[in-house]
Design a binder for this molecule. Structure first.
Ligand SMILES: [Zn+2]
Ligand SMILES: [Zn+2]
Length: 552
């Protein structure tokens, strides 16, 4: 009999940035690490969100002992409102992370019945044959953790998202001494964040952002508007600190910003001197150089407060000449165009704009190459698996691991759905399970498939042609000539002749069967074939062709 092995299966987050989700399985016990979402790419037309496919887990639901969340970013908690009700297992996280999860679950009405457990930094939980210890890591959100997972075959270390900031604004620096201690004991497997594996050197400390904000607040002649992610609690803290220094009052704008700030204040992750935070109704009559707004919109999201202000579409606030806008975030890949347009609009309204390309108003929350190497050197794992990143990121991270002496055959570059099996001696990718994207569009989850997306792409490229055929209910014979309506395909006034000509052609196809009413499936295919060929010859376009039969 072969000895049981530890299985590591990424359901998301490998070969992509986002929707991080990892399964660890040993005999009859499964734990899940992170349940994140991904924002849709440009080709996913009309899709709001992307979440992981969890069919693999649904078959083994009774074996799942719990979910552990490393920190409160969307790409680690965002799919919980959709997937937790299906899995119905306890969720373990630190206090702030749990607060953010509650906010998310409540938004989607999935909070009741959820079993949320708080674990302290450095605390642990036993889940079946796994004992999981949460150690602090520095990231762009407080209360972020990495995991030390004691398994029957050895210790696995999961870095979460991390960097090595020795002077973080809030939260603890990464616990390097605990990691060094583990390294001396012997670690079987390290799973480590690859998001910034392309960047040489070290990621700058959050402190440089504080200095940049200080300069801006001191010099700005009028109001300052800072936009960032609502989850970037440490950045919000920096804004409050800097505002206090320059006798400005801070107004939070927008629902998610308000909710997060309130929750973080209550839980003690944000602190504000008395009288610094203000309500919008106190704004009237305040001198402009005493005002700071904090709002979302750093990604150019069309419904965010900043974008509305930039477009003169916000109910309460407009950009005024002399305002200073600080975009304290980098665009998530895919959002660049939206962000650039917002910056353009802000300049047009007369604002001065600071963003990452012109001032150091943002540092990212992930380690660069030297930090990744340091972690590898401290933990000294037998096996290494880079996680969190596109294929190029994990590949580069694998190269870094080789450069610090991990044998190539002990490094595993996986993609979503790959199954890595380990015992204390050997590791091997043994198979692949179903994984992939589940699309969330409006209220629907998962019923938008690749066919719908292909149709949307087709419509967006070449438009559509609807052919309406009226037939006699009794005889099944054509009445009059068919109608042809197009949308997004050609200018109907200019192409009048072409459409007229086609009406006749379609009529002839329908007449072909003599007096015998033809079969609808046959007519449908025939019309599409003929029109497709014709339109392609004439226009080199392939509109979607939809024949309709109306019985009258
Ligand atoms: Zn993160
Ligand atoms: Zn992340």
């Amino acid at each position: 009999m072969t000895k049981p092995r530890l299985k590591i299966i990424p359901l998301g987050g490998l070969s992509e940035i986002g929707k991080n989700m990892m399964v660890m399985e040993y005999e009859d016990d499964i734990i899940i690490i992170d349940v994140g979402l991904m924002f849709p790419g440009e080709e996913m037309l009309g899709i709001d969100l992307v979440i992981p496919d969890i069919n693999y887990l649904l078959e083994k639901r009774d074996k799942i002992r719990g979910i552990i969340i490393t920190h409160g970013h969307e790409d680690h908690i965002g799919a919980l409102p959709y997937l937790l009700p299906q899995l119905n297992v306890p969720v373990y996280a630190t206090k702030l992370t749990q607060g953010l999860i509650s906010v998310k679950l409540k938004e989607r009405k999935a909070l009741s019945g959820a079993k949320l457990e708080v674990i302290t930094l450095g605390g642990e939980v036993t889940l079946g044959k796994f004992r999981v210890e949460l150690f602090p890591v520095c990231h762009s959100i407080p209360d972020a953790v990495g995991l030390i997972i004691h398994t029957p075959v050895g210790i696995a270390v999961h870095s979460g998202d991390f960097k090595l900031d020795y002077t973080p604004v809030s939260g603890k620096p990464t616990d390097l001494s605990r990691l060094a201690q583990l390294g001396a004991q012997g670690v079987l497997l390290l799973l480590s964040d690859s998001t910034y594996a392309e960047l040489p050197g070290y990621t700058p400390s959050e402190r440089v952002v504080g200095e940049a904000l200080d300069h801006i607040m001191a010099d700005a002649p009028g109001r300052v508007i800072v936009t960032t992610f609502s989850s970037l609690v440490s950045r919000i803290q920096q804004v409050i600190d800097s505002a206090a220094k320059h006798q400005r009052r801070v107004f939070t704008v927008g629902r998610s910003m308000n909710d997060t700030v309130r929750m973080a204040l209550e839980l003690g992750y944000l602190s504000a001197p008395d009288g610094i935070l203000a309500r919008l109704d106190e704004l009237h009559g305040m001198p402009h150089n005493k005002v700071v707004f904090v709002t979302t919109g750093s990604q150019g999201e069309p419904t965010s407060a900043l974008v509305r202000m930039a477009n003169r579409d916000h109910r309460q606030l407009h950009i005024l000449r002399g305002d200073t806008v600080v975009i304290s975030a980098t665009p998530i890949p895919g959002n660049e165009a939206l962000v650039n347009r917002t910056v353009d609009n802000l300049f047009k309204q007369g604002a001065q704009v600071f963003y990452d390309k012109v001032a150091q108003v943002h540092v990212h929350g992930h380690g660069s190459q030297e930090e990744l190497k340091l972690l590898l050197n401290l933990v000294k794992p037998k096996f290494f698996m880079p996680i969190h990143g596109e294929y190029r990121h994990v590949s580069l991270h694998a190269k870094l691991a080789e450069s610090v002496g991990i044998p190539t055959e002990n490094i595993f570059v996986l993609e979503d759905g790959d199954v890595l099996e380990l015992d204390s001696q050997v590791g091997k990718v043994t198979g692949k399970i179903t994984s992939g994207n589940v699309y969330v569009d409006g209220l629907s989850v998962g019923d938008i498939g690749s066919v719908v997306l292909r149709n949307r792409r087709m419509l967006s490229r070449d438009g559509m042609v609807v052919v309406i055929i009226a037939v006699n209910k009794q005889t099944g014979k054509l009445i009059g000539r068919p109608d042809i309506v197009t949308r997004g395909f050609i200018d109907t006034r200019e192409a009048k002749d072409m459409i007229e000509e086609r009406r006749n052609v379609v009529a002839r196809i329908l007449d072909h069967g003599g007096n015998r009413p033809a079969e609808w499936g046959f007519i449908n295919t025939k019309i599409r074939d003929v029109l497709n060929r014709f339109y392609y010859e004439r226009t080199k376009r392939r509109p979607m062709i939809l024949p309709f039969m109306v019985k009258v």
